[in-house]
Design a binder for this molecule. Structure first.
Ligand code: ZN
Ligand code: ZN
Length: 350
């Protein structure tokens, strides 16, 4: 079968590999679509920047490079391994890609998404979504309802990152929010906040193209922080109070600073982006208004279920921010995304 295989930095080949067959408890999937995400770009340019250690076999999965990419993917069940009864051949599914140890401090606290030896199917395992077929444990499958397309199915994973961040914010219906950064995760935050009953959402994004994309799905308060007064926009949208929750989906110091400065008393800032550099920060700014900062990573299985239910309810729209590309174009698309061309690309595996 054809697969996009990562060998080492800047060495990604679409090549023939052996077609897998499912072991006990596994299923074989005919992959449909697989998103290219920021971690794939990190992997391609500087694998060590993913935080995964490729110098030795992964402690949970035993996998080593080369690695088939694709951790945000959908597919159709084509074969059941021994003992699988929870899904049927023909089911269309999204795959929860996390491997967790189950015993570390994070896992014991119910946070398998923060497992200290976390692995991902399509980054550190025996396969991935950017191939014609893959095998995964049946327990990783989330069946898609009939009205959720396989394209949306491949977006469940990145949308679940944003959904989990919104859960971490503990925002309530009728409260107000700021999203800093309108990339794919920022757009996911917008959909997840709407699904949580948040109507007043200010978006800060310097790129005109990204502002246009989030406006196209319905955002009404998109501000260019380099040319407009973000504080004034937040103030006018919230009657001078500030926002209840703010999300840093940009990963640069000024993004978190503006998120903190926009908070109402008792507001919470949630960091969902990866910062490549440290920043200067004044802890006293949290003291006077009793505000707080939370981190958020990936998602739990229930976030997948919640996103799929919201997709079935029609909350999500791919207009204007999602492109589909053939498997043969993975490397070129990674270079395009790095150069700022396009927002979210789905690789068609067939
Ligand atoms: Zn990803
Ligand atoms: Zn663990």
């Amino acid at each position: 079968m054809r697969a996009a295989v990562f060998h080492k930095a800047q060495d990604l080949r679409v090549q023939d590999v052996t077609e897998p067959s499912p072991g006990p408890g596994q299923v074989k999937l005919r992959n449909a679509f697989s998103g290219i995400c920021g971690s794939d770009l990190h992997m391609y340019f500087a694998p060590e920047s993913t935080g995964l250690d490729f110098s030795r076999p992964h402690p949970l999965t035993g996998s080593e490079l080369p690695q088939i990419l694709g951790h945000e993917f959908s597919g159709t069940v084509v074969e059941l391994g021994e003992g699988v009864s929870t899904v049927s051949v023909g089911d269309r599914v999204a795959v929860y890609p996390i491997y967790a140890c189950g015993t570390c401090a994070a896992c014991r606290r119910g946070a398998q998404n923060a497992c200290r030896t976390i692995g991902f199917h399509g980054l550190s395992s025996h396969g991935g979504g950017m191939a014609e077929f893959t095998t995964v444990d049946a327990a990783k499958l989330h069946v898609l309802p009939e009205n959720v397309s396989l394209e949306l199915g491949a977006l469940v994973e990145p949308m679940a990152v944003a959904w989990h961040a919104v859960e971490r914010s503990r925002v309530a219906a009728g409260q107000t929010a700021l999203i800093v950064g309108a990339g794919p995760i920022g757009i996911g935050l917008w959909f997840a906040l709407r699904a949580h009953g948040v109507e007043t959402i200010v978006v800060s994004e310097p790129s005109a193209g990204r502002r246009a994309a989030i406006e196209k799905v319905g955002a009404t308060h998109a501000v260019d922080p380099t040319a407009q007064d973000l504080a004034a926009a937040v103030s006018s949208a919230t009657g001078g109070d500030g926002v209840d929750v703010a999300f840093d989906a940009a990963g640069v110091g000024p993004a978190l600073s503006s998120a903190l400065a926009s908070l109402a008393p008792h507001g919470r800032a949630v960091v969902v982006a990866i910062h490549e550099r440290p920043m200067e920060f004044a802890p006293t700014s949290l003291v006077m208004p009793e505000t707080s900062i939370e981190g958020t990573l990936a998602y739990l299985p229930q976030d997948f279920d919640a996103v799929i239910a919201a997709m079935a309810a029609g909350v999500y729209d791919t207009t204007g921010w999602v492109d589909v590309v053939p498997l043969a174009d993975v490397e070129r698309t990674i270079l395009d995304l790095r150069a700022g061309k396009g927002m979210k690309a789905l690789v068609a595996a067939q």
